[in-house]
Design a protein around this ligand. Structure first.
Ligand code: NAD
Length: 356
């Protein structure tokens, strides 16, 4: 059976994507292809060595390096980076890193419309979306704007080898969450469904191999392929309960992004499968098992993922408050819910109760 739908709308961004071991060595050619000459290379502080290596490899076109990207894209750091971009008269951005670095590049692009070349080193998928989340005075807001969509993505498996196994697992589950929610998205289209299923398949194949051997470049490449597909569907269709709940837990309780996604995913899917069983059915083929929530739980556990919110800094005393915050602004979800439902879900996620 195909994924045909009788009625749908779809829109695709013009993004150049290249895959390949050591493709990062072609950044200079990509800068020239964009008609640019003066790149600023962006990274987080821990990845500054990688940023310096990249800047060295684009010798002649690296106008500067800014290595202060940080989680949640605080506007103060963006302001600092914008001053640097102006001082060195940069005409393009090269972001090397995960969602935090890519977020900084997007925030700069929002203000300057400079073209972005992105070299992702996690599986979060931000490189494939026109979405920017940023933080001001402790509040994280999300906008969608075509100026923040990166123009070029270079997927180089060699750069993900250094991602620790635990982070590879949580980052992979974070990406799979985009695809899982895309299956029941209100505005899904046949291609978003096909991409989501292929993305999930790629991770189910690749993540166990990454855990067994983090240096396996073939498996790292396959997981980046999954990241591209899952990121692409995140940029295409609306997310629901899972993403909104993770946003609340990250924004209001400062929980780490990928780990939170990894822990909430089985429980959010178990909740929604009661209303979106047909849409989520492909998950049973991909993950095995009869029910997708339980199948996600078993898959995450087999990879050694964190299973309890209380293990990543969440205090069970905050369950009711988190449930209240997450229900305070209504949004679409395939299954209606109230704060009692979320209290139960958060309790299950706090104490690693396996969904039935
Ligand atoms: P991250 O970018 O914060 O990276 C986490 C840590 O891992 C950082 O210290 C980073 O330097 C390090 N790291 C990254 N890659 C590495 C590698 N290969 N080797 C060694 N260390 C490495 O984490 P993330 O999960 O990729 O991104 C999370 C952020 O991205 C959140 O703020 C989230 O909201 C955002 N995000 C945005 C979108 C979007 O479409 N706007 C999508 C997904 C995530």
């Amino acid at each position: 059976m195909s994924y045909f739908q009788p009625v749908f709308e779809a829109q695709f961004a013009a993004v150049r994507v290249r895959f390949g071991k050591a493709v990062r060595h072609d950044i200079k050619a990509e800068i020239e292809r964009l008609g640019c000459e003066r790149a600023v290379v962006l990274s987080t502080p821990p990845q500054s060595d990688t940023a310096m290596e990249v800047a060295g490899s684009i010798n002649g076109h690296a106008a500067g390096v800014f290595t202060r990207a940080t989680q949640h894209t605080p506007v103060e750091i963006t302001q600092e980076a914008l001053e640097h971009v102006t001082d060195i008269n940069a005409d393009c951005l090269v972001s090397v890193g995960g969602g935090s670095t890519i977020g900084l590049g997007k925030a700069i692009a929002l203000h300057t419309d400079l073209p972005q070349i992105v070299i992702p080193t996690t599986y979060a998928g931000s490189e494939a979306t026109a979405i920017l989340g940023q933080t001001e005075s402790g509040t994280k807001t999300t906008i969608t704007d075509s100026r923040v969509q990166p123009e070029v993505i270079l997927y180089d498996a060699e750069l993900v080898v250094s991602l620790p196994v635990e982070m590879s697992v949580t980052s992979g589950l974070n990406a799979m969450a985009h695809a899982a929610e895309a299956l029941y998205a209100q505005n899904r289209n046949p291609l978003s469904t096909a991409l989501a299923i292929e993305g999930l398949r790629a991770f189910v194949s690749a993540l166990p191999k990454v855990v067994a051997n983090p240096d396996d470049l073939q498996a790292r490449g396959e997981s980046l392929y999954g990241a591209w597909l899952c990121g692409t569907v995140l940029g295409q269709v609306g997310m629901a309960l899972h993403h909104k709940l993770c946003h609340t837990l990250g924004g209001s309780f400062d929980l780490p992004h990928a780990e939170t996604h990894a822990i909430i995913l089985p429980h959010a899917i178990a909740f929604n499968e009661k209303a979106a069983g047909n849409e989520l059915a492909p998950l049973s083929d991909i993950l095995g098992g009869r029910t997708p929530g339980a199948a996600f739980y078993d898959f995450a556990q087999s990879l050694g993922a964190p299973m309890r919110l209380t293990d990543i800094g969440f205090d069970e005393e905050n369950i009711a408050r988190a449930a209240e915050i997450a229900t305070s602004r209504p949004y679409w979800n395939p299954r209606p819910f109230d704060s009692d439902d979320l209290t139960q879900l958060l309790r299950d996620a706090s104490f690693a109760h396996r969904p039935n």
